[in-house]
Design a protein around this ligand. Sequence first.
Ligand code: ZN
Length: 309
Amino acid sequence: MPLKNIALENESAAKRTVIMLFFSHKNIIIVLFGGKNMFFVLDGKKLIKRVIFFVCGIFCFLTAVNVIKPDAAAVSADTSKTAYVAIVIDDFGYDGEGTDSMIALNIPFTAAVMPFSDKSYENVSKLQSAGKEMILHMPMESLTGKREWVGEKGIFKSMSDEEIKQRVQEALAVVTPAKGINNHMGSAIMEDERCFSAVMDVAAQKGLLFIDSMTTANTVAEAVCQKKGVPLLKRDVFLDSTEDINVVKKQLLTTAEIAKEKGYALAIGHVGPEGGNITAEAIKQMAPQLEQQGIVFVTVSQLAEILSK
Ligand SMILES: [Zn+2]
């Protein structure tokens, strides 16, 4: 039954016409009460269809005119909005779950390789053959994690500056193609100016960049990197640590949104139990869709280069 009843009156000298519109949830009926006791019932749906066709026709015509004469300003505005996404995949070095499917991804990304794990050399070699960019995933003391997760050859607060530098150089001798360094665990070192400065002395000497995983809010990375002249990139999004592929896909969408907003975004995922095949599959499925949205995938060294201009 009618939900609304609107009457419009149009009075002329000769006759009087009343237009009544009846809206119900299924139909729209327009009734015209004309002069001399005549009235017409119009099917509102047909009338609305005709109006929509007419409006669409005009819209198509205007669009066609625009296609023929493209707006130069609009084209240049699009290129200035390039949104770069750099993905770092942590924990290569022990052939963790998803290692091969991650290496097989055909988008640019950066592999962070642990230096003192049982398959470090093999993973470096595999990544090198596949033409993938690498950084050193340096194990460092954590405030909360277990010491064995860092490993005996990590960086610990008990070490002297010289010991720290030697350990980083030893690690770089394994991950020789490294373009930079990021931290595996490491919240304790990331808060310690002396220890982190020693790590960055080596980075500066070798011309490497640093990626802060942002595992602690009290990180000294910004101040130290600035002082040592080491290019610094910060993690925006963690992609995984979930069993649900839809969560990883959602995190990829979040990364893309951040990139559209500020021009770039850096996301970190993992091989092994924290991510592995789920993360690789999510990236594989989402990459074409994100590229269609204008996202450009880059390695971290490419991103640092872009940002330095
Ligand atoms: Zn790690």
